[in-house]
Design a binder for this molecule. Structure first.
Ligand code: NAI
Ligand code: 15L
Length: 268
């Protein structure tokens, strides 16, 4: 059955705001959840992922969940533990208890951030590459993927874990030319993740069909995802500004880019 009512956690954030704009066109009714209130959305649930009662109510009656809420940059371990690790566990427990069958988990390239960028001619990075988190943030995404696997194997709750590259209106660095996920392609990918049959726990990379792609989109395409965008249109300008990536520069050597050397911090 095609999911109709979808809980969108992290609905106030950057990606959540983009998806609030784009997903209704696919026929979804979105229920919104975020610790931060959302202007103009009086029915949005303003609650923290620590609030188990609120989560239980939020998932009651939905067909699926897109889980975007959480700290989206590096932070002290205790904060990551509370929002991303315990918060994701609380949400999965609520979903299991309420019989929700399909989750889409916003994982990140930072779950495998210390994986070296493939040199020219080397194979693209497969989804089966071992976890190599580059931060406590990336570690929480590795955890989320494993939690999703457990909830499939043990409880039959299905998940598509999307290792998102960089989802913004435009790529803003040369690294992002390889991992950019356009907002339109993000909506296409989430729609595919919600509607594909029998996903069990499937891990996919989340990016557009970029000319400079580092990873293998086969498992994403197998869900029915057909990316329409390519970051290459931004390449000339970004390369003129910053130069090409230098594999000897530790900031450029790995998938996680600067997260491996001086990770951007969540603004407390
Ligand atoms: P964001 O930081 O703009 O939004 C995150 C939202 O989660 C915020 O609105 C925040 O209020 C909410 N939140 C944080 N902790 C919470 C808690 N304990 N309880 C309830 N709500 C909480 O992040 P963005 O860019 O929208 O990313 C969304 C998700 O996708 C995140 O999980 C992020 O890790 C993941 N992701 C995003 C990428 C991107 O390029 N935008 C790349 C890779 C992963
Ligand atoms: C992420 O996981 C972050 O949430 C996002 O803000 C970007 O920094 C992205 O990765 C990236 O690697 O560019």
């Amino acid at each position: 059955p095609v999911p109709r009512t979808v809980l969108l956690t992290g609905a106030a954030g950057g990606l959540g705001t983009l998806m609030r704009g784009l997903l209704p066109a696919y026929g979804y009714t979105l229920r919104l959840f975020d610790a931060t209130p959302i202007e103009g959305e009086p029915e949005a649930i303003s609650a923290d992922l620590a609030d188990k009662e609120a989560l239980r109510e939020a998932v009651r009656g939905v067909d699926a969940v897109i889980h975007l809420a959480g700290i989206s940059l590096e932070a002290p371990f205790e904060k990551i533990l509370r929002s991303n690790i315990e918060g994701t566990y609380n949400l999965y427990e609520a979903a299991r208890e309420e019989g929700v069958g399909r989750m889409v988990f916003a994982s990140s390239n930072h779950a495998v951030g210390f994986t070296p960028v493939p040199a020219e001619g080397e194979p693209l990075i497969p989804v089966t590459t071992p976890h190599r988190p580059d931060t406590f943030y990336g570690l929480s995404k590795s955890f989320g993927e494993d939690l999703a696997q457990l909830y499939w194997d043990l409880h039959g709750v299905e998940t598509v874990s999307v290792r998102i590259g960089s989802c913004f209106m435009e790529p803003s660095s040369v690294r992002m030319l390889s991992i950019w996920l356009s907002p339109g392609d993000a909506a296409r990918l989430f729609h595919a993740a919600l509607t594909a049959g029998d996903v069990g726990h499937t891990v996919v990379y989340g990016s557009s069909a970029n000319t400079r792609l580092w990873w293998d989109l086969t498992s994403a395409r197998a869900l029915g995802y057909d990316p329409q965008d390519d970051s290459e249109q931004y390449a000339e300008k970004l390369v003129a500004e910053h130069g090409e990536l230098d594999p000897d520069n530790p900031d450029h050597a790995n998938l996680g880019g600067p997260f491996c050397t001086s990770p951007p911090q969540w603004p407390y």
